[in-house]
Design a protein around this ligand. Structure first.
Ligand SMILES: Nc1ncnc2c1ncn2[C@@H]1O[C@H](COP(=O)(O)OP(=O)(O)OP(=O)(O)O)[C@@H](O)[C@H]1O
Ligand SMILES: [Mg+2]
Length: 215
């Protein structure tokens, strides 16, 4: 079966206290590609990603995933893995326990899949250290493990390389390109021109509430 994991957004607008952040934004992100979103701080990248994931409601406009219109707050039922800003975890539990807890929400995977996701981002599933004692890069890796552990068809990654060291960035690029080769659709916001160049098939820029195609 051919899986089509396109994301289409139509006429999305969002204001905070009457100040527009997104003004009638429409775009189509084709399936099986890596799509980059760039733009200065505060331009609305994270807000757009939250709306696509269903973590925030738009004031108006619609999100379609796989051609299916998403009702407000419902997108997490779809097959989406996401990292939005710095992932929040329970600080007094191990990384593995945190992922176990999160996996129990959807009951799609067991311990083996969790361990495999942690190994893919070079975290040791048997590490007893609590997440509160993790470094920034370790927390980011754990966030990525969470995003990929249920093998979603669609990944929404808001600055996923934040806090990763050189090897971590290199591993992650390889890993994302590998996911793309499996037909996954990836939307990635980044301030790194190099990550965008190396990874993305299309690039859009958020500017003054609009999303403009750069390539
Ligand atoms: N929950 C909220 N309440 C009020 N204003 C918000 C909220 N979330 C975002 N904003 C505002 O919306 C604008 C866009 O924020 P957003 O986080 O999307 O920017 P960004 O492009 O992701 O920036 P960065 O590159 O720094 O991550 C900012 O002015 C921000 O203050
Ligand atoms: Mg942001």
């Amino acid at each position: 079966m051919q899986v089509n994991n396109s994301i289409t957004i139509e006429h999305i607008s969002k204001c905070f206290r009457k100040i527009p952040v997104l003004s009638d934004v429409s775009a189509e992100f084709e399936s099986g590609k890596i799509h980059g979103i760039i733009g200065h701080n505060g331009s609305g990248k994270t807000v757009l990603m939250k709306i696509i994931c269903g973590l925030m409601d738009a004031d108006s406009g619609e999100v379609f995933i796989n051609g299916e219109r998403q009702k407000n707050g419902s997108a997490y039922k779809s097959n989406i893995g996401a990292i939005i800003e710095t992932p929040g975890f329970l600080p007094t539990q191990s990384g593995f326990k945190n992922l176990q807890y999160l996996a129990s929400i959807r009951c799609k995977i067991g311990d083996e899949e969790i361990k495999s996701a942690m190994k893919k981002v070079n975290l040791n599933p048997d590490e007893k250290k609590h997440v509160g004692k993790y470094s920034l890069g370790m927390r980011q890796r754990l966030g990525l493990a969470q995003a990929i552990m249920e093998n979603p068809e669609l990944l929404i990654l808001d600055e996923p390389m934040n806090g990763l060291d050189k090897d971590g960035v290199c591993d992650m690029r390889k890993y994302l390109l590998n996911l793309k080769s499996q037909g996954k659709t990836i939307l990635i916001a980044s301030h790194s021109a190099e990550d965008i160049d190396v990874l993305c098939d299309t690039v859009c820029e958020m500017d003054k509430g609009n999303l403009k195609k750069v390539r």
